[in-house]
Design a protein around this ligand. Sequence first.
Ligand SMILES: [Zn+2]
Length: 91
Amino acid sequence: MNTRLTDRQRAERGLTRVYDFDVRATPICGRPGWFAVTSKRDRNRLYLTSRCQCSCPAGQSGDSHCCHRSLVRALTGDLIEKTFDEMEVAA
Ligand SMILES: [Zn+2]
């Protein structure tokens, strides 16, 4: 059995953590595509996050699907675009 998750499954799992931990994102004025995103455990800690980068420990260690990036990808429409792509492939 193949237990390896696809990129989309990993992104969706990250988004689940966003809801579980009530992670929030605020756009950064003057830096399009960048958000200040709250830590899962400490509301007073913020990470700088874009669709491609995150300053959280997981993001700095190479995890491309931390919950902060999943939230930013959802907010910027990246996950929705991928859903439409997958629908066309499945049709
Ligand atoms: Zn992160």
